[in-house]
Design a protein around this ligand. Structure first.
Ligand code: 5GP
Ligand code: MN
Length: 332
């Protein structure tokens, strides 16, 4: 069990849950497999084993290939929040990461619990905190918390949600894998979770245009800078040309890291008034510091993200000039 889960904290969580009739679970903007997985798993446990009234809240829509994780026995809200006795924020380090939900959640009188694995948790805003960066995913952290709570592992729907979250956050065991991560996977598979079926749904169910846009960006859009940085800019035009939907370029930012000399990779995706930023790095180079310093963001040491607001951030530079400067300075 990871060191951020003490018996004292588990007892604390049991007590808070014992006092709550209704529990709200909330995750970050642009929800990924980990956020959807750990929230769904926690929701199922609270509803089925503890009989709680549960609501799962996300700021916005999820990628189509992850819709299979949503469980029909749970209630999900998109872009709006509901009052509850207890709020559990999962897979993000602060309420601000829940975008449109943030203000209502942070200001509510509910008791607040954090379950997360990002750097810099906003501990002051919570009554109870489970947080460590030394774990694969919030789904793995949730797995160990549920086990400590006495979860009945025969519930394979809960197990499938947790395996999905861990699998997507580790890029199918390619990064952020700890001994405990293999133990979790092993225990879930032994308890009956069908890993092949999970992989089929996550990685082998995309539309054709995903493969085509990935090829196009690698061929036409990839810029490699001397010194070991790479970037790609996915403009609105390209998104339109390939009819892209949410989540269809997931994983693209990782591709340049397969080149030996590339240590830092950036993907900019044009959104309404800003660019969504994804950063990945190899050991020894910090994607997180680059996200904090240049892109209004944060995340993990080697996988981070943020936003770039051209009007505010560029200060007279062109987009490409700014990106090059940010990357080259981050390599130092
Ligand atoms: P992705 O590139 O997959 O969108 O995000 C990579 C990691 O960085 C994820 O763990 C994500 O939660 C985190 N992240 C993405 N955007 C932001 C942001 O704007 N702020 C912070 N603090 N973390 C972010
Ligand atoms: Mn995560």
């Amino acid at each position: 069990m990871t060191s951020c889960i003490s018996q004292e904290k588990i007892d604390g969580l049991k007590k808070l849950l014992g006092n709550a009739r209704k529990v709200a679970l909330a995750g970050h903007v642009h929800p990924d497999g980990d956020a959807i997985g750990c929230i769904t798993a926690m929701g199922l446990y609270l509803k089925r084993e503890l009989g709680k009234d549960v609501v799962c809240m996300f700021p916005d829509a999820i990628p189509e290939n992850l819709e299979f994780v949503l469980n029909p026995s749970l209630r999900y809200l998109w872009g709006k929040s509901e009052d509850a006795d207890l709020v559990i924020l999962m897979d993000c380090n602060a309420f601000s990461r829940t975008d449109v939900l943030g203000e209502a959640l942070a200001g509510s009188s509910a008791t607040k619990v954090l379950i997360d694995h990002h750097l810099n948790p906003d501990t002051a805003s919570f009554d109870l905190v489970f947080s460590t960066p030394d774990i694969s995913s919030a789904s793995e952290l949730t797995f160990w918390i549920l086990k400590a709570m006495g979860w009945d592992m025969r519930d394979n729907e809960t197990g499938e949600a947790l395996l999905t979250g861990m699998t997507t956050d580790t890029n199918n065991f390619a990064n952020s894998v700890f001994p405990s991560t293999f133990t979790m996977a092993s225990e879930l598979i032994a308890s009956g979770v069908d890993r092949d079926a999970v992989l089929q749904k996550i990685y082998f169910s995309y539309r054709e245009n995903r493969v085509r846009v990935m090829g196009y960006m690698q061929n036409e859009g990839l810029v490699i800078l001397p010194g070991g940085a790479a970037y790609m800019i996915l403009t609105k035009d390209i998104q339109k040309r390939f009819d892209l939907r949410e989540g269809e370029t997931e994983g693209l930012v990782n591709v340049p890291l397969s080149i030996g000399e590339v240590r830092l990779s950036l993907l900019l995706k044009e959104d309404k008034d800003h660019f969504r930023v994804s950063l990945r790095s190899k050991k020894g180079t910090s994607a997180q510091k680059c996200a904090v310093k240049y892109f209004n963001g944060g995340g993990h040491e080697n996988a981070a993200g943020g936003r770039l607001y051209p009007e505010k951030d560029l200060r007279g530079m062109s987009l490409e000039e700014y990106v090059k400067k940010a990357l080259l300075e981050s390599l130092k």
